[in-house]
Design a protein around this ligand. Structure first.
Ligand code: TNX
Length: 531
């Protein structure tokens, strides 16, 4: 036996290999090990700006824990406290109350406070400290508090998502977090036109957006296959235009009351609803409902296929602009939010000049109704006001709009299109923009996507979910999750704290959470899912 000076006791070792290693020679290659992925220190998605774990400081939630709101924080903060109590769970939930002025926060409490001094972290930022006897979330605005609460939610075990699981041992790991979003616009788009999903399904989607700190829900409310919103002055739009969908199913539409319910629900989760009525193309449902919108005055039949580009409003008729004004006016009154999306994509039946003049006229109608216009990338060459927003989805001249002082939302097809297949074996979805695995959805930098558009020209990012091939809610969820989670981190986290290798490990921990929420997500082979 050979001995080296630094060797360990002979009883613990045997064989020449050890002896050589102990003597400082190169080790032979280790036999392949089953790779047990390392568990991350936390699994917060999107990754916060700064996270400092303080392992000595675990906070335990028990039946004596109280959620307290500091005096003067306001009704919104109180509502968020109620939401946190709800998240903490059922009949065993700790109580929430507002503290008296000057009162010291009690021990064993989770304290929410509005602190104008935190304004430096922006209108959506927050600070969270989890210490042994106390958790504190402070933010300059209720939006920030809400996001701080979402972070607490993700620090808690996934079992809190399971409303039926009442036997809980809830521990929040000690941590100090300072956080705020990279982009103001962190959006998701739902196409409710190609197939219709009801208000309850939309609200469920809204709840999932909130978990990942997304703040815009763009609803694509009208296309060739269906008109999905009640317009009182134009009843045929819903009655006729809303009566079918791709494949010929029954379609449907939101009544004004249902739409108001969606908007209110989104607002309660700090999500702005962005209504889109696509025009002048993608309008067969409207053209079928009102013959006068057609240049020949003849209403075409309803359409249930998936071709694009064949329809257009008659841009040379005044009736068309009266119609647009009626629709914009009524929808503008339904949403308290500043935006109206006029679509503007894939128009093949007009000259370029006709198309641009139409876009400019609609921009005027939208602004006369007090809203800010958004248009797909094709609208960029029109004479747009700098306050108008362009949404990029494929090669376009949106850089032009930035050069004139306007802002752009990025929805690049090969990264953000949730209707693209994951791989060649995905049953649902399309593939014109490519196959999009989770890494493709995650691993890109908005600031370098279009070389002529610097970060300052970007409002943010958005992931559209087009629904030509999606019928049931499970279909929508399968295509959106987990790619939408990846997009949420692209939109929120600074590029410097993002890495695919770390993200996939954090995302892996969201498998049980999504399952507890009943989400039908895609088990990507790129992610070492925790069971
Ligand atoms: C392009 S993106 C469209 C939609 C389709 C989608 C399918 C855009 C502005 N237009 O009409 O549903 O592709 O992926």
């Amino acid at each position: 036996m050979i001995w080296c000076r630094n060797s360990v006791r002979p009883a613990l070792v045997s064989g020449a290999a050890f002896v050589l290693a102990a003597c400082g020679r190169p080790k032979p290659p280790a036999p392949p090990q089953p790779v047990a992925a390392a568990r991350p220190a936390h699994s917060i998605v999107p990754m916060p700006v700064s996270v400092q774990m303080t392992p000595a400081d675990t906070f335990s939630v028990d039946s004596a824990t109280t959620v307290v709101v500091t005096s003067g924080a306001g009704a919104e903060a109180e509502r968020i406290a109620g939401y946190l109590v709800y998240l903490l769970g059922g009949p065993l939930a700790p109580a929430a109350r507002t503290m008296a002025e000057g009162e010291t926060p009690p021990a064993n409490s989770i304290q929410l406070s509005i602190d104008p001094a935190k304004a430096s972290s922006g209108s959506e930022g927050y600070e969270l400290v989890v210490a042994r006897g106390r958790v504190t979330v402070s933010a300059a605005t209720p939006n920030g508090l809400f996001y701080g609460v979402q972070t607490i939610r993700q620090l808690l075990p996934w079992s809190i998502e399971h409303r039926g699981a009442l036997n809980r041992r809830l521990r929040i790991p000690g941590v100090r977090i300072v956080d705020s979003p990279r982009f103001a616009w962190r959006g998701a788009m739902l196409d409710v036109s190609r197939h219709f999903i009801d208000a309850e399904a939309v609200k469920r989607y809204i709840d999932l957006l909130a978990l990942y700190k997304l703040n815009r829900l763009h609803l694509h409310l009208a296309d060739d296959q269906g008109w999905r919103i009640e317009i009182t002055s134009r009843p045929n739009l819903a009655a006729i235009g809303g009566s079918t969908q791709v494949g010929g199913g029954p379609g449907g539409y939101f009544t004004k009351a249902q739409f108001a319910d969606i908007v209110a629900y989104a607002t309660s989760r700090f999500i702005t609803v962005v209504p889109e009525i696509d025009m002048p193309g993608h309008t067969n449902a409207a053209l079928a409902s009102y013959p006068e919108l057609n240049c020949d005055g003849i209403a075409p039949p309803l359409y249930t296929g998936i071709r694009v580009g064949f329809s257009t409003l008659c841009v040379t008729k005044e009736e068309t602009y009266t119609f647009v004004n009626d629709v914009v006016r009524e929808i503008a009154a339904m949403v308290p939010t500043p935006y109206f999306h006029m679509g503007g994509d894939e128009v093949q039946k007009l000259t370029h000049d006709q198309y641009l003049r139409f876009v400019e006229r609609v921009q005027g109608i939208i602004s006369a109704n007090g809203k800010q216009m958004i248009g797909w990338g094709e609208t960029a060459p029109a004479n747009l006001a700098p306050g108008t927003i362009v949404q990029h989805w494929k090669r376009d001249s949106s850089a032009l709009h930035v050069a004139r002082g306007g802002k752009v939302i990025l929805s690049p097809g090969p990264r953000t299109y949730l209707d693209m297949k994951y791989d060649s074996s995905t049953v649902l979805g399309l593939r014109w923009a490519g196959l999009i695995e989770v890494r493709d959805a995650y691993d890109w930098n908005p600031a370098t996507l279009i070389p002529e558009i610097p970060e300052s020209g970007l409002l943010g990012v958005e992931a559209p979910l087009w629904a030509e091939t999606l019928v049931k809610l499970e279909d929508y969820e399968y295509m959106a999750f987990p790619r939408l989670v990846a997009l949420a981190e692209v939109g929120w986290s600074p590029q410097g704290v993002r890495s695919w290798d770390a993200f996939r490990l954090r995302l892996a921990e969201h498998g049980p959470r999504l399952s507890a929420l009943g989400v039908n997500y895609y088990r990507s082979p790129q992610v070492p899912w925790v069971q």
